[in-house]
Design a protein around this ligand. Structure first.
Ligand SMILES: [Zn+2]
Length: 287
């Protein structure tokens, strides 16, 4: 199944949903790293959560969903744009074998930063004080946004990388009398989805399996794709704050500057001729 996100809506209830599959993107994100099973799982869940959030929080621009904590997993981040092109990385130290989500993260939070093409940057912080990432996100939507939400996230790479998720959410401004019962009904059925079904079943079959007694309308799929925007040019611009004297010193000592992209694993070897522009304009490098 190709990486994609698909929204759906219940014809008779004021409830919406999304299903995300991101197996290939997950593979790209973890393939150049030596993540433990536990860390890779959190990164996979964060990847799927970011896809679901991106479709929920309509915007044109960029989103970063970053987990920070004082546990062995100090940082995990997924960067995406409105077209669901994304990349991600994680930083962990020590032995993480067998650690639960809370043990991995310790005392931590999730920071959501939306940088729209036009307009002001938005930043939201979610406490990571539940036993799972999905639990924390559900709590955030229900408490802070007053939008009761159920989120199911799964990631695994024991046999092959697989990452998928399901979101069920109340529509804003609900006015149906028996909405609470309906939401309860829909989320109880959602909770019966098996991990393997979420990974492998086509969306129409999955929804039929869960909701064959309701009428569900599926919208067009949106592709999800891994994309790292690193480049030699970006490496050079990240060096712009270093003075040309310092660059000269480094070049003399090491012969070149080597840079590594934490997201995709690309290596950049910047030699003297690559650095010529920075070396030639010392005034422009002074900030
Ligand atoms: Zn890269």
């Amino acid at each position: 199944m190709s990486d994609q996100l698909q929204r759906f809506i219940f014809d008779d209830y004021q409830i919406r949903g999304e299903i995300a599959h991101a197996h290939d993107s997950y593979n790209e994100i973890i393939s150049n790293h030596e993540y433990s099973v536990e860390v890779a799982n959190v990164l996979g869940e964060l990847l799927v959560a970011t896809c679901l959030l991106t479709a929920t929080l309509k915007f044109e621009g960029k989103i970063a969903v970053q987990l920070q904590g004082d546990g062995p997993l100090s940082m995990a981040v997924i960067n995406a744009n409105q077209d669901l092109e994304l990349r991600g990385t994680a930083r962990a130290e020590g032995d993480t074998t067998g650690l639960s989500f809370r043990e991995l993260v310790g005392k931590g939070h999730l920071m959501i930063t939306i940088t729209p093409e036009d307009g002001e940057r938005y930043q939201g912080i979610i406490a990571l004080d539940k036993d799972s990432l999905s639990g924390c996100l559900e709590d955030y939507f229900t408490q802070s946004e007053q939008l009761p939400t159920r989120i199911i996230l799964h990631a695994s790479h024991i046999e092959k990388p697989q990452a998928a998720g399901l979101l069920i959410q109340t529509l804003p401004a609900v006015d149906q009398e028996n909405h609470e019962e309906q939401f309860q009904h829909v989320t109880t059925l959602a909770a019966t989805v098996k991990e393997d079904e979420l990974y492998t079943l086509p969306n129409d079959q999955l929804l039929y399996r869960l909701y064959h007694q309701e009428t569900v309308h599926l919208f067009n799929e949106q592709p999800i794709a891994f994309k790292c925007n690193c480049s030699k040019e970006r490496c050079l611009s990240s060096l712009a704050s270093i003075s040309s004297d310092e660059l000269q010193d480094i070049l003399q000592e090491q012969g070149a500057i080597d840079m590594h992209c934490e997201y995709c694993g690309s290596d950049y070897h910047l030699n003297e001729s690559d650095l010529q522009i920075l070396l030639a304009n010392p005034n422009e490098t002074q900030h």
